[in-house]
Design a protein around this ligand. Structure first.
Ligand code: SAH
Length: 341
């Protein structure tokens, strides 16, 4: 049976209409689920027994379960078990501007980026919207605080699970429920052009981040197999169109890998291809993982790369490193768990 957490507010309105009930029941249910956080339909005390019975016939209130938490000062790493026994991860990062979580969109990933731990497990399946929503609810429950920012940057490729991810966005964005503002939600893709095109039409104010990681196809092909399908020129053309159409700034993520994509000339070339674009570049110091041989760029070279981009008038930041201690790089906790099993 379907989880009620899969339903957007509008879909619940239609549901109640279809069973001959008033629309405002949807508001009540959303409040019970997302404000009061009940775990059983029977707790929805302002809803009549016959409607509760009908809800129970049509939906379940289905949880995912918390398997393990690793805690550090500014970051918590969560391992969840889904109802079919699969594992996913989320990371909570405490910033001065609020609590941000990085959530998973799939079990495994088919994109095969060479540096990424999650990609070592092929996609097992897409997550349902409720399984993405639950990552937020469970973490809020754990820290007894609100999550203010969400990045879809954990395990999986969100645009390879487009419909469920967009449904998730709609659910958490709903003011009658969790109410996380669109501008506080970011979706990160390795560059699936069809997904970006759809997103351009229907994303509203949700932020888009692109995992670029190289200034040309030659280097990109070595580390991101997807670039053989979607060439960098085509990708950048679509991004320019996205910026023109939506007036939104795009973030380019650029993971720095020693001797692979971190040379001065890469920074120069990156500056060239992004010239004049309304974007910023987030340089990511690589989080080394024992199964993969790429090395983290030395600090002086990270700074040099940064300076070259700055001089070319590119907005650039270096990602704050949180996760080293708690295996926060994508897929590391789940990889460990699998080792134990
Ligand atoms: N598939 C999406 C979202 C998941 S990857 C995408 O590609 O954007 C999210 C980000 O995590 C990517 O930018 C990736 O480069 C980064 N990442 C993966 N492994 C990492 C590691 N070991 N250290 C630092 N960042 C990593």
């Amino acid at each position: 049976m379907e989880s009620i957490y899969n339903k957007s507010f509008d879909e619940l309105v239609s549901y109640f209409e279809s069973i001959g009930q008033k629309k405002f029941k949807a508001t009540q249910v959303f409040e019970w689920l997302y404000i009061k956080r009940v775990k059983f339909f029977d707790e929805m005390s302002n809803i009549k027994k016959d409607i509760i019975d009908r809800l129970k016939e049509d939906y379940v209130i289905e949880d995912i379960s918390l398997e393990k938490v690793e805690r550090d000062i500014e970051v918590n790493k969560y391992l969840f078990t889904l109802n079919d026994g699969n594992h996913i991860e989320s990371v909570l990062m405490r910033h001065d501007y609020g609590n941000s979580i990085c959530i998973s969109s799939q079990v495994g990933c088919n994109m095969g980026c060479r540096f990424c731990e999650s990609g070592r497990l092929k996609k097992v399946r897409d997550l349902d919207a409720y399984e993405i929503v639950q990552q937020i609810l469970m973490i809020e429950d754990d820290i007894k605080e609100r999550i203010t920012h969400v990045v879809v940057m954990g395990i999986g490729e969100p645009f390879d699970n487009y419909d469920n991810v967009m449904r998730f966005v709609k659910i958490i964005n709903e003011n009658k429920g969790i109410g996380i503002g669109s501008r506080h939600i970011t979706i990160s893709t390795c560059g699936l052009i069809p997904g970006i095109k759809k997103f351009m039409e229907e994303s509203g104010q949700v932020n888009l981040a692109i995992s670029l990681h190289a200034p040309n196809d030659e280097i990109r092909n070595k580390i991101m197999p997807i670039s053989k399908v979607y060439k960098i020129d085509d990708l950048l053309r679509v991004i320019r169109e996205y910026i023109d159409r939506t007036n939104r700034r795009v973030t380019f993520e650029y993971i720095l890998l020693d001797g692979v994509n971190d040379m001065d000339e890469c920074a120069v070339e990156l500056g060239k291809i992004l010239k004049g674009m309304n974007c910023y570049v987030n340089l990511i110091p690589y989080n080394e993982t024992e199964n993969i041989s790429f090395k983290r760029t030395k600090n002086h070279q990270i700074m040099k790369f940064y300076d070259i981009l700055k001089k070319k008038n590119i907005n650039v930041t270096i990602r704050k490193e949180f996760g080293g201690k708690v295996d926060a790089a994508c897929g590391q906790l789940r990889a460990k768990k699998k080792g134990e099993l």
